[in-house]
Write a protein that binds this ligand. Structure first.
Ligand SMILES: [Zn+2]
Length: 460
């Protein structure tokens, strides 16, 4: 950071501390801003970025609901239109399709996926129906990247800002016919998966049984539910995790202190973790130009996604044992999606910026560990659109003053006001760095991520 940038950052912090509205939050950290470099010939840069062969490590970053529009809104607000996010710096990009399929009839697409079907797509390499957690269109379990990586001797991690039982983290380590079956007392929609009916149990129970080395996020509520059958009947899922060897932590201090001797379960909220930023809610007829503020409800001890990512990398990157095998880590920025549903532009942008800080931590690791494949993508598009400031939209809009010092109007119009906004069926960006990253180029399908990662780690 240059002296000027450090000064700007310090002033920004001071202003936020004093609660003054302008300048807005966090518009000055991250990659250095600069004018576009597109005028240069990038042929050799791109050629150098294409490397085949094996990876020791894979980091898969998922911005939930992070379509091109969500990326652009965050870039405009936090870096300026000509600035770049950390995720923009990956050398190879493409687009992938995200559609799901109909339950019981995988020959027919469902054009708008949810996070469960989409995550199951890259986790297993098979398309499935909305709501499915790593089961096929008929409800049969399919092995996941994390399970295969573990079976092949890799260390594994699963990190999110949502409940760890939420769809995107769940698809790596659980197989249930409906995403709502998060704990042993929440199995109404998955009777066949319930322990008391001879199934493998709820998502929380199955995550413990799958046993990633690092499992971080929210969702403590479901770990407090009681197991209903089998060895741990009558005990909580957290007790089951402890019996399986997990150390558990609940705040940033505990996270920082956690050692490598045991697998790590971090549960930092009862439900989803709090978002980083707050600001004017979009409404029909629009808002006066405003800025984003730090969320006053954010617990002081809550780690950021970048903190969780750095800790996961630190714990997973062990040099001992398993013939030097590396790791597979998924990191999800979950509440980009959730704040898009809520038509909350500052919530959404703050989560996108927080996700980007985690990506920066991942790419920094990859630069010092060049045998690391980094993929940055999304599971589906979402509602928010950047529209002209004088547009007469029938949707809900809010206007934010960006890093450029000019107003940007964001529109939410996939549902009526007061209802949850909807996912969209658009293709989304996928970006890559490291071995096998060339496979993101062009237009692919999200299920190809399964094959790219499997190839990179020689999974079988
Ligand atoms: Zn969603």
């Amino acid at each position: 950071m240059s002296r000027r940038r450090r000064w700007v950052a310090a002033v920004g912090t001071l202003v936020v501390t004093l609660g003054v509205a302008v300048p807005a939050l966090a518009q000055d950290s991250g990659p250095q801003d600069r004018t576009l470099q597109a005028s240069g010939d990038r042929t050799s840069e791109v050629r150098n970025a294409i490397r085949g062969g094996r990876a020791r490590n894979v980091i898969l970053f998922i911005g939930d609901g992070m379509g091109d529009s969500e990326i652009t809104a965050a870039r405009n607000y936090a870096r300026g239109a000509a600035g770049r996010l950390a995720m923009d710096e990956l050398p190879l990009t493409g687009a992938y399709t995200t559609y799901s399929v109909q339950k019981g009839d995988p020959s027919k697409p469902d054009y708008v996926t949810d996070s469960a079907a989409s995550g199951s797509g890259w986790a297993t390499g098979q398309k499935t129906y909305n709501g499915a957690i790593s089961v096929d269109a008929y409800g049969n379990p399919v092995p996941t990247l994390l399970e295969l990586a573990k079976r092949n001797g890799y260390r594994t991690g699963d990190v999110t800002t949502a409940e760890v039982q939420d769809a995107t983290p769940a698809v790596l380590g659980a197989h249930v016919v409906d995403r709502s079956c998060k704990g042993p007392e929440s199995m109404a929609r998955c009777p066949s998966n319930a322990k008391e009916n001879g199934g493998a149990g709820s998502i929380a129970e199955q995550l413990v049984q799958t046993g990633p080395d690092v499992l971080l996020g929210g969702g403590k509520n479901y770990f407090d539910q009681k197991v209903r059958a089998g060895e741990f009947q009558g005990r909580t899922v957290l007790e089951q995790a402890t019996a399986a060897g997990y150390q558990s932590v609940t705040d940033a201090d505990g996270l920082a202190r956690a050692g490598r001797d045991r697998p790590l379960l971090g549960l930092f909220a009862d439900g989803n973790m709090e978002v980083q930023w707050t600001g004017p809610a979009a409404r029909v007829g629009g808002t006066p130009p405003g800025t984003c503020q730090a969320n006053p409800n954010l617990p002081a001890g809550a780690p950021k996604l970048a903190d969780m990512t750095r800790k996961a990398l630190d714990l997973l990157d062990r040099q001992d044992g398993n013939a030097g095998k590396g790791f597979f880590l998924q990191v999800e920025g979950a509440s980009i999606d959730k704040q898009d549903h809520a038509a909350d532009p500052c919530g959404q942008i703050g989560e996108t910026v927080g996700f980007d800080e985690a990506v920066a931590a991942g790419t920094a690791f990859a630069r010092s560990h060049p045998d690391t494949l980094v993929l940055v993508t999304a599971d589906h598009g979402h509602t928010s659109q950047i529209i002209p400031n004088d547009a007469q939209s029938p949707g809900q809009t809010a206007t934010l003053v960006t890093r450029d010092g000019v107003p940007m109007t964001i529109n939410y119009g996939t549902s009526v006001a007061g209802r949850s906004q909807e996912h969209t069926g658009t293709q989304v960006r996928i970006a890559g760095y490291g071995p096998q990253a060339a496979n993101v180029v062009g237009v692919t399908d999200q299920t190809e991520v399964f094959h790219t990662v499997s190839r990179a780690l020689s999974l079988r």
